[in-house]
Design a protein. Structure first.
Length: 367
């Protein structure tokens, strides 16, 4: 019996473990499969998480820039400029010049100025860079116009330079505070190509030779976005092969989870219940067999024992019906007794009041 219980427990545990491992593996595969937008050009490469959508027409310089935004209206923009600001490398640029580069090439299109600017040095995949943190505002903080407006947006920017180009990568938050985890993830994938300054060398191997020219890539990607979300937004093209593929993957995931919980789990429960009831049945059958071996029948029923002997509990078995009643007693003769007229007095009857004799008094004569 103990072996049967152990077997049932091991079987149930194995099935449940396989289910959980199947779900974990499936979820793990889906977690690893993350979509990215690749900026793949002859001078710039980067991966943008699918939380950010390529939206070139939200930028005033859409013809030569990559602009991305998410559902919270945070944005990331890549600008590639001819290097006439840092001929000796980006590290030779002063803090004020670094802020000016960001204001001139990014802030100018929105009429922004950078307030509370902080400039620090950084390295991006082996290439020297400057990082600018601060806030975008329409007016300087100490101006009267700002006192009426008081709106500003958190920002962070990276400046990277080769001898040919300056790469300006800007993150603008819709809120005053900046949460740059996503932006840091993007920056960690940035690779630039060109003539490097002394001390700079890519630490990541990447082949730029087969990539299209930067401006051609921007135009091609913008046209692809226009084809998907332009005049054909509501036509059948919205359900293209890529969209259907994503739908099929999601639907397959739902089907797998439903099958696991609707088929495998009930099967495990059924097997456990079958084993438990089987064990109980074997126990009861064994007891019935012992009872039959001892008494010769399996119960007081007519089929197994048609003439059962009833116990003589009252001592009248074998006598005619009605010969003796239950607990019969000898007859007694009733005798008549003359009633005695004995007066019965009421209980708590009040006694008559006792009269008190008042002695006579002499009359009083008034003279």
């Amino acid at each position: 019996m103990k072996n049967v219980k152990k077997l049932a427990f091991i079987l149930a545990l194995s099935l449940l473990t396989s289910c959980f491992f199947g779900i974990s593996a499936f979820a793990g595969d889906k977690a690893i499969e993350k979509d990215y937008f690749e900026v793949n050009t002859d001078i710039l490469y980067a991966k943008i998480p699918d939380d950010f959508d390529f939206d070139p027409y939200s930028s005033m310089s859409y013809s030569d820039t990559y602009y991305f935004s998410d559902n919270d209206l945070n944005s990331i923009q890549f600008l590639v400029l001819q290097n006439n600001k840092a001929p000796n490398g980006i590290m030779s640029v002063s803090d004020a010049q670094a802020v000016e580069i960001v204001e001139d090439y990014y802030g100018a299109q929105w009429s922004y100025v950078i307030e509370n600017a902080r400039v620090s040095k950084a390295i991006v995949n082996g290439i020297s860079a400057l990082r600018v943190d601060g806030a975008f505002s329409f007016y300087p903080f100490d101006s009267a116009d700002y006192q009426c407006d008081e709106y500003y947006y958190g920002m962070c920017a990276y400046l990277i330079a080769t001898k040919e180009n300056i790469f300006v990568i800007v993150y603008e938050s819709w809120y005053e505070e900046v949460e740059i985890e996503d932006f840091e993830e993007v920056v960690s994938t940035v690779l630039v190509n060109g003539t490097y300054f002394e001390g700079d060398k890519l630490t990541v191997n990447h082949d730029f030779s087969s990539a299209p020219a930067y401006k051609d890539a921007v135009i091609t990607d913008a046209e692809s976005v226009d084809g998907e979300w332009g005049d054909s937004f509501y036509d059948d093209e919205i359900l293209n092969d890529e969209a259907l593929g994503v739908f099929e993957e999601g639907f397959s995931a739902i089907v797998v989870v439903v099958c696991i919980f609707s088929l495998i789990l009930p099967t495990v429960i059924f097997i456990i219940l079958a084993i438990v009831f089987g064990v109980k049945y074997n126990k009861n059958k064994k007891k019935l067999d012992e009872y039959e071996a001892r008494y010769g029948f399996k119960g007081l029923n007519y089929c197994n024992n048609p003439n059962p002997v009833q116990p003589d509990n009252y001592g009248y078995n074998g006598q005619p019906y009605g010969a003796q009643g239950y607990n019969a007693q000898p007859k007694q003769t009733a005798t008549y007794q003359q009633p005695v007229n004995t007066p019965v007095y009421p209980v708590d009857m009040p006694s008559s009041p006792t009269e008190t004799t008042t002695p006579p008094q002499d009359p009083t004569v008034n003279l």
